[in-house]
Design a protein around this ligand. Structure first.
Ligand SMILES: [Ca+2]
Ligand SMILES: [Ca+2]
Length: 376
């Protein structure tokens, strides 16, 4: 791949990042997206947990919604991963409360991450069953965000539910100041079977796949100067011919390989979208149980530590392990499109073969058979 192509890809990445909104429904990846243990929730050990409408006597707000989160009977706290937000954007949270005791409550806090300082609350909303005008049923908690300009934000939910009460959060969405109410609606209806293309999208029509084969530009596009890689040796480039092995494809001569001790390297940044998939073509012929490859998809967080948006560990002890060629598949998990990069960790004991030949990123709802997805 040439620098020219990368240049255009990074331009494309910028426009993709102009998405206006996201919607999160708690139907999947909850543990991943709410793993943040911020200062607020550290003080409150009780967490929210996933619940199923099938287990309670309540109709979900939409047939596509099967799950929600619920607090315990002591004040429970949970915080999300960070997401890009903007002053004057809006958060809307769909909640349900059927109260049997005046202590039932939900508090939503949106926090701005302040680098090197204390996180600042930029929006808050509360639903207390003890309030005089409280009514049982569905509520949409709507809150405009304060702060200035763009920043990294995260959302925290505090709540408690007495035995016999129903207190739950079904879903929430974030709308940027330029988003309209019709975008990122709470649950998309199924498309008509005759419709092949969604009629509205805020994304460029064809963002295509990103492919990388290590044939050129490796030293310029990969770095071991990365938080995670500090203290580790780097991976190195090598040729199939020098190890007497058939290459993955006639068009490729090179791959990267780790050293005997855990090696680390990070890729150039590129835009990733939730439900996109990273596929890494690897080869392992182990001589030791310590041989391994770990691939992490990391999200760039300008205001703090980069977070993990997906990962795969591959070593002889994993169930799916097979000697030889494998494709490691890493689904991207986050609230919305972000700039991220890949980190490769690996080790190859003496006499074993451990290598990464190439990788590609396939955007969501994009066919890997598309021409732009072919690595060779
Ligand atoms: Ca839901
Ligand atoms: Ca290659």
């Amino acid at each position: 791949m040439s620098y020219i192509r990368l240049f255009f890809m990074s331009l494309a990445a910028k426009s993709i990042l102009c998405d206006d909104c996201f919607f999160y429904d708690f139907e999947s990846n909850f543990e991943y997206l709410f793993a943040k243990n911020g200062s607020l929730c550290q003080l409150l050990p009780s967490k929210w947990n996933i619940g199923n409408y099938a287990d309670i006597s309540l109709q979900p707000p939409h047939y596509r919604s099967e799950k929600f989160i619920k607090p315990s009977d002591t004040v429970s706290c949970i915080s999300s991963q960070t997401f890009a937000a903007e002053s004057s954007g809006v958060i809307e949270v769909k909640v349900y409360m059927e109260s049997s005791l005046a202590t039932d409550q939900i508090t939503v806090l949106v926090n701005q991450v302040v680098p090197g300082g204390n996180d600042a609350v930029v929006a808050t909303q509360q639903l207390f069953s003890m309030n005089q005008d409280f009514e049982n049923g569905w509520h949409l908690l709507k809150m405009p965000l304060g702060g200035v300009g763009s920043y990294d934000a995260f959302i925290s939910f505090l709540g408690s539910s007495a035995e016999g009460s129903i207190v739950l959060i079904d879903s929430f969405r974030y709308l940027s100041p330029t988003a309209t109410d019709g975008q990122c609606i709470f649950y998309e209806e199924d498309l008509e079977p005759t419709t092949t293309e969604p009629t509205t999208t805020s994304r460029p029509v064809d963002q295509g796949c990103l492919t990388f084969d290590f044939e050129d530009d490796f030293s310029g596009l990969f770095t071991s100067n990365n938080d995670l890689c500090t203290g580790f040796p780097s991976w190195h480039l090598a040729n199939y011919s020098t190890i007497g092995m058939d290459s993955a494809d006639p068009k490729t001569d090179v791959f990267i390989a780790p050293n005997e001790y855990s090696s680390c390297i990070a890729s150039f940044p590129f835009a990733m979208t939730p439900n996109g998939v990273i596929q890494v073509n690897i080869y392992i012929e182990p001589k030791s149980a310590l041989d391994h490859i770990i691939v992490l998809a990391k999200k760039l967080v300008s205001s703090g530590t980069d977070t993990v948006a997906g990962f795969k560990i591959y070593e002889p002890s994993v169930n799916s392990f097979t000697t030889g060629w494998s494709v490691l598949e890493i689904p991207v998990i986050d609230f919305w499109t972000f700039n991220g990069y890949l980190v490769f960790l690996g080790a190859a004991s003496e006499g074993s073969t451990v290598l990464v030949d190439s990788f590609r990123y396939i955007p969501p709802n994009y066919s890997p058979d598309n021409e732009s997805c072919a690595i060779y």
